[in-house]
Design a protein around this ligand. Structure first.
Ligand code: SF4
Length: 99
């Protein structure tokens, strides 16, 4: 999560975040520092999926969101883009486009 209290009110899922009250610095470790502690907090979080989807949808580039690091989220974004492209190619072929 990592947002201001105003934004918090607007997004209900954040009220259930396991990291409420936890030092935000933990979720934004220095380059090369351990992400283990932050991921431990995320592991037991009931809104982990919401948090991850929020980060993916908003292109959050820094920090641990939904228990995943920037690099791990980038990998998911790439996989999803590939899946979308493959699905679109399939549709185009089925329509006779590009065949
Ligand atoms: S998944 Fe982690 S960063 Fe996201 S709300 Fe839960 S504890 Fe916080």
């Amino acid at each position: 999560m990592h947002d201001t209290s105003d934004e918090l009110e607007a997004k209900g899922w954040q009220d259930f975040a396991n990291c409420l009250g936890v030092d935000p610095d933990l979720f934004f470790p220095e380059r090369g520092a351990s992400t283990r502690e932050a991921k431990e907090v995320c592991r037991g979080c009931v809104v982990r999926e919401d948090c991850l989807e929020y980060a993916l949808a908003n292109g959050e580039k820094f920090g641990i969101w939904g228990g995943l690091s920037e690099r791990e989220r980038r990998r998911i974004r790439r996989q999803r883009a590939l899946t979308r492209r493959t699905a679109l190619d399939g549709e185009a072929t089925a329509d006779g486009v590009g065949a």
